[in-house]
Ligand binder design. Sequence first.
Ligand SMILES: [Fe+2]
Ligand SMILES: [Fe+2]
Length: 153
Amino acid sequence: MSRSNALEFHLGDIDGQHERLFELQRSARLSLQNETDPARIRTELGGLRMYAKLHFDVEESFFSESGYPDAEVHRREHQVFLGQMDALIEDCGGDGQTVCARFDAAGVWLQRHILEQDMQYVEFLRLTGDHRDRLQAFGSHEEGVTKASARTP
Ligand SMILES: [Fe+2]
Ligand SMILES: [Fe+2]
């Protein structure tokens, strides 16, 4: 899927994307716990990584369109998460406990990113100009995150 097609498909539902990210995270976690075949674990982690990248691209396109001044800091955080996923994909054949612990830490990091960095962007939208469509995309943002994170193992 090209980047522009991806944007068309997913634009307007950041909240839903966060829910989906948490679902993929839970699924990858179960795979890390139960799978013995590293290739299968890599597929799960790769799916999460791919979806996260798609989601980050959508958010970052919002930043450019709305003139968000803290876009660079936020973009760097996205890069950190993708880097963590790349490292886990690389290392997932190694010591299971260490990989699980690193994956859990990345999951906690992602929740914090959504609650803090994404919320900071939502606050910016609330305070500046007419950003109704973008605000709508974040939907019941805090509620969605709370619901989703409550289900995290
Ligand atoms: Fe996000
Ligand atoms: Fe973000």
